[in-house]
Design a binder for this molecule. Structure first.
Ligand SMILES: Cc1cc2nc3c(=O)[nH]c(=O)nc-3n(C[C@H](O)[C@H](O)[C@H](O)COP(=O)(O)OP(=O)(O)OC[C@H]3O[C@@H](n4cnc5c(N)ncnc54)[C@H](O)[C@@H]3O)c2cc1C
Length: 340
């Protein structure tokens, strides 16, 4: 474990915003978590920090907006990258393991199913937080249980898949900050390829590729590289807004006005809309605002050209929300977590 003060988080968020953390602790071996917390509890009032939202666990910062120049609190960073093969169906993976490296490991070792989630930036520890998803697959489908450190009880505990309360871009971890994810136990049973997204099946058809995990991986990597900016080159946090879910009744009214509105029915009562389509249809694609903007190939992605701090991204986000609300009567919700 290492403890730093006045630590820059610039390289730990994919927008590349500057933010200085008052205290920063790196935990490199989660097996020592209880001893590490003996030290932390001696030096910090963790419960008070939690109450004041001054306690932050950070992964790669690919789903965060560091809104201020300073974070007047404690940041915990887990760099433990252990992976244990429990049996032919179960892997136990430490929070600091890089997500895409896990996808590649699984593919090479016949643990199939995660290939649809290739190239999602970030860590294994963050993957359950918003239940990462892409191309018809969500990580919750592969989670058996999660080992956590409970900051309230100061105990190491396990949460079952059901206890995690997963749903679209959501889980229990978004509603309480009492847990640090230490290890995720992934289960792989009954593999079925998922090529429900047209882009995937089109790619496989075009190149006459069989429906195999290796080819799905190839397709996902190709498609993502085409339409998403690499954060190392152009700062961003992936999709900036969630796809809004609306009642089917409202959808009908909108379809009368906008017949081309992209929508994905969820059930008889609810439908998911493509937030990118709504933003694009307010003419924001490629729009530049001060030192930030909307990515030219994908209206759902906001990018940082040269801004040092987050304020301009947040101003642009408000402008987009207001415009979409006025035109479509839909309130867009910001996907990344705003850290004040
Ligand atoms: C180019 C790009 C594309 C993306 N594409 C997708 C996509 O297709 N699908 C998708 O779902 N997401 C996508 N994202 C979002 C992001 O990659 C994921 O949300 C990812 O899981 C975040 O991982 P991270 O390690 O960077 O977490 P961070 O951004 O560091 O943290 C995110 C949240 O998780 C919490 N957290 C992190 N680690 C832990 C831990 N060990 N214990 C408890 N809490 C923790 C943080 O406190 C924070 O609340 C994309 C982002 C980018 C930049």
């Amino acid at each position: 474990m290492r403890h730093y003060t006045q630590y820059s988080l610039k390289s730990l968020n994919t927008f590349g915003f500057e933010c200085i953390a008052k205290d920063f602790i790196e935990i490199d071996n989660i097996d020592n978590i209880s001893e590490n917390f003996n030290y932390i509890d001696k030096n910090f009032d963790v419960i008070k920090l939690l109450e004041n939202r001054k306690f932050l666990v950070i992964g790669k910062g690919s789903n965060l907006i560091l809104a201020n120049k300073f974070f007047d609190g404690l940041v915990i960073y887990i760099s433990d990258k252990n992976l244990d093969i429990i049996n032919e169906n179960i892997l136990a993976v430490s929070a600091g393991y890089v997500w895409h490296d896990l996808v590649e490991f699984c593919l090479n070792n016949k643990y199939y199913g995660l290939e649809n989630l290739a190239l999602i930036p970030g860590t294994v520890g963050a993957s359950p937080i918003q239940n990462i998803g892409a191309y018809g697959v969500e990580v919750q489908q592969f989670i058996d249980k999660i080992q956590v450190y409970n900051l309230q009880t100061k105990a190491i505990e396990f949460l079952s898949n059901v206890q995690c309360k997963f749903s679209y871009r959501d889980s229990i971890f978004k509603h309480t900050n009492q847990y640090i994810v230490l290890k995720v136990f992934f289960k792989f049973t009954d593999y079925t390829a998922n090529i429900s997204y047209k882009e995937l099946s089109n790619y496989l058809n075009l190149y006459e590729l069989e429906v195999l995990p290796q080819n799905i991986f190839k397709a996902v990597v190709y498609i993502r590289n085409q339409k998403l900016p690499k954060p190392e080159i152009l700062g961003n946090a992936g999709s900036f807004f969630k796809n809004p879910i609306i009642e089917t009744q409202k959808l009908q009214n909108l379809l009368n006005l906008y017949p081309k509105l992209i929508n994905y029915p969820i059930d008889n009562n609810y439908t998911k809309l493509a937030a990118g389509w709504l933003i694009d249809n307010c003419n924001f694609k490629g729009y530049k605002y001060k030192q930030v903007g909307v990515y030219e190939k994908q209206a759902l992605v906001l990018v940082n050209y040269t801004a040092v701090y987050a304020n301009e991204i947040l101003e642009l986000a408000s402008l987009i929300q207001q415009t979409v609300l006025e035109k479509f009567d839909i309130q867009l919700e910001i996907e990344p977590i705003i850290i004040n």
